[in-house]
Design a binder for this molecule. Structure first.
Ligand code: BV8
Length: 232
């Protein structure tokens, strides 16, 4: 196969698993004993903002103890080589792609290191804990700040840009995702309909494996460098 001209890459929790960040499946969909949908919904936040702030504060703080792995680094090298011809979309809210050398990462489900104000919509970088007492740095509203995370029932970020890239790529690669959550789980079909080759790199078959022209199973730290090397 000649070198692809434009690659869209979608990553999920599986690419960060070997860095020590728990995936949703490993937790059996439970974190701290709470169903993800309970703590990752606007309703959950409205019902118990103290619990939800604590849930995200713990995950934000845990970022300091993990580092990017060979899969993140290989994608950083691919982007450096291919420039703007790689569009990297992640469902992950960690910063390991950036720390692995990737640029212009599309965090479609938001980021742990970002926050926004529910009163004035100001967005900012947030490394420390948030609480229900934290004032918004712009409008000073106490309790206005929330984690800049796309919760269930909320619109993912940059969907227009993602859909445009899926319609114009010639290769779509899905790495470390179970294909359980939409609209990300539907990207493979959109890419395929527009003529792209589709490749899945995952520890085990995902819910969407049947939609891919090729699937490879194994740990991301082996599969991703093996896939990237011939392209450099
Ligand atoms: C939307 C941020 C519409 C949170 C996340 C009923 C009610 C409400 C909504 C819905 C509903 N039914 C369907 C929906 C839509 C819903 C949805 O899809 N629900 C699912 C449960 C059915 N989707 C949404 O709500 C989305 N928004 O639809 O908006 C809309 C339209 C117009 C206007 C307004 C709104 C928003 C979804 C985003 C939710 N937020 N994350 C947080 O992180 O705290 S989702 C979260 O779970 C992740 O971000 C990710 O997207 C998702 C799944 O996780 P994965 O990344 O795939 O991880 P998982 O653990 O599942 O799998 C890991 C994989 O890695 C496994 O396959 C494993 O084998 C593999 N692996 C493990 N180790 C390794 C490995 N692979 C390689 N190497 C290894 N070492």
């Amino acid at each position: 196969m000649s070198n692809p001209q434009h690659i869209v890459i979608l990553t999920g929790a599986g690419i960060s698993a070997e860095s020590g960040i728990q995936t949703f499946r490993d937790a059996g969909g439970l974190w701290e004993g709470h169903a993800v949908e309970q703590v990752a919904t606007p309703e959950g936040f409205a019902a118990d903002p103290v619990l939800v702030h604590r849930f995200y504060n713990l995950r934000r703080a845990a970022l300091r103890d993990v580092k990017p792995n060979a899969a993140h680094i290989a994608l950083g090298e691919l982007q450096a080589e291919f420039g703007g011809r790689v569009t990297l979309v992640t469902q992950n809210v960690d910063d390991l792609h950036e720390r692995g050398g990737s640029k212009d990462v599309i965090h479609m489900h938001g980021e742990l290191l970002s926050a926004f104000c529910t009163a004035c919509d100001h967005h900012w970088r947030q490394a420390e804990d948030l609480t229900v007492e934290t004032p918004c740095p712009a409008c000073q509203t106490r309790g206005g700040p929330r984690p800049d995370i796309v919760w269930f029932g909320e619109m993912p970020y940059e969907m227009d840009r993602i859909e445009y890239a899926l319609q114009s790529c010639d290769l779509f690669v899905s790495i470390g995702t179970s294909g359980a959550v939409y609209p990300a789980a539907g990207f493979v079909q959109l890419a395929h309909v527009h003529g792209a080759r589709t490749l899945e790199l995952n520890l085990e078959p995902s819910q969407g494996s049947a939609f891919f022209s090729e699937t490879r199973h194994g740990p991301a730290t082996r599969l991703v460098p093996e896939w990237v090397a011939p392209l450099l």
